[in-house]
Design a protein around this ligand. Structure first.
Ligand code: HEC
Ligand SMILES: [Cu+2]
Length: 375
């Protein structure tokens, strides 16, 4: 019986790239080229129109990434298949034979480091430029606020009182959308714009773009936000989930009509409180009830150091160890009312403001009356 030595290690390999290898490479190159051409011409907009300038940029980025990815994938899969056939164990080679060991091909290693690095840098430059364009608004744009609610959207426009249920945008005019939420986290996605931002209570995310195609486009909430999350996709009769891109004259007409209709809107948001509330006549019992529903999740009725999220509030107006409130003001009823109106963010975290805690002015007066009784 013949005995086989393991094949020797090849520390200084002379790698043979035979004819067959080059044929396979040529075939893969043609396939890769076809895939690149496919992505250059792929009719994305048949399925999803590009409604704004940023959609065109994002689609261009998508085409670039898809083309690069598909071409690479073809080469990698092609070579894996080819090499596993070309270097399979041939009849007559024992099952435990060891293949040629190849180490340290500096030229190869140089190129397989440089080429991907160049691609990654290109992708980064391409992406970051587009991302900056979305995040950083130029001056002089129309600013619209989009607010998520369970389970609908509202919009605020300059000089329009209150919140409206329909989003209209003027063709050709740069727009900044400030995206936020009134209750839980939603996510505001307009596929035709290729733009999406989370709607987070207390946080404003921006989207900057210029509408380029008139039409009616779907808005979709993509963050599960409770029972009727689905209504924030298709919308309902009373709460359509659409954005309309109007020609300028159409938009102006809508805007004028809306401004008039909303003049006496009941859903206007209170202006940030600089006004001092009159605290006389507060109802401490009503305040106690309010406290149990709106405050006790974050505040204990114990001493200052008994924290939940915020400090304990027993004796907040009388504690000699804490003559000042967390915002540095003297512990007086007026200053407590001010914190309840405006909120405060300090070392412990965020005390929500009046809107965040959904308090009316009367609620604040009652709460202060109640806090006064906590000695
Ligand atoms: C989500 C949690 C949260 C809720 C809800 C909340 N607070 Fe606060 N509150 C805080 C935090 C956190 C602070 C401290 C902020 C800091 O200094 O970092 C604070 C501070 C305060 C202070 C100042 C205390 C001091 O000693 O200076 C008062 C008064 C207060 N809250 C009252 C209320 C009342 C009344 C309610 C109910 C309407 C309420 N808070 C609801 C988190 C909350
Ligand atoms: Cu939602």
């Amino acid at each position: 019986m013949e005995s086989y030595e393991p094949l020797p290690e090849n520390r200084d390999p002379v790698v043979h790239l035979d004819r067959q290898f080059w044929i396979v490479t040529a075939v893969l190159a043609v396939l890769a080229l076809l895939s690149i051409l496919f992505w250059i011409w792929a009719p994305i907009t048949i399925f999803m129109p590009e409604a704004v300038d940023k959609a065109q940029e994002i689609d261009a980025l998508f085409r670039f990434l898809a083309a690069t990815g598909t071409a690479l994938w073809i080469f990698i899969c092609g070579y894996v298949l080819y090499f596993s056939l070309a270097f399979r164990r041939h009849a007559g080679t024992p099952e435990n034979a060891v293949g040629i060991q190849i180490h340290d091909n500096n030229k190869l290693e140089f190129w397989w480091t440089v080429v991907p690095t160049v691609f990654v840098v290109l992708m980064a430059i391409f992406s970051i430029r587009i991302w900056y364009g979305i995040e950083v608004a130029p001056g002089n744009t129309l600013v619209v606020e989009a607010i998520g609610h369970q389970w609908y959207y509202t919009f605020r426009y300059p000089n329009v009182n209150g919140e409206v249920k329909e989003m209209h945008l003027p063709l050709g005019q740069p727009v900044t959308v400030h995206v936020t939420s009134a209750d839980v986290i939603h996510s505001f996605w307009i596929p035709a714009m290729r733009l999406k931002q989370d709607m987070v209570p207390g946080l404003i995310n921006t989207m900057e773009f210029t509408p380029t195609r008139p039409g009616k486009y779907e808005i979709i909430c993509t963050e599960f936000c409770g029972m009727f999350h689905g209504d924030m996709h298709s919308g309902t009769k009373e709460n359509p989930a659409y954005v309309y891109i109007d020609r300028p004259a159409q938009y102006a007409a809508w805007y004028a009509r809306t401004e008039r209709q909303q003049a006496n809107a009941s859903n206007a948001v209170a202006a940030p409180a600089s006004n001092q509330l009159k605290l006389a006549g507060g109802d401490a019992a009503a305040g106690a009830k309010m406290f149990a529903t709106k405050c006790s999740a974050c505040h204990a009725l114990g001493p200052f150091d008994q924290r939940i999220v915020g400090p304990g509030l027993k004796g907040v107006l009388y504690d000699p160890a804490h003559p000042q409130l967390v915002d540095g003001d003297k512990a007086t009823p007026d200053n407590v009312a001010k914190i309840l109106q405006n909120g405060f963010k300090g070392s412990m975290g965020q005390m929500p403001n009046q809107a965040g805690n959904a308090l009316s002015n009367k609620d604040i007066v009652d709460l202060v009356a109640y806090l006064k009784t906590l000695r």
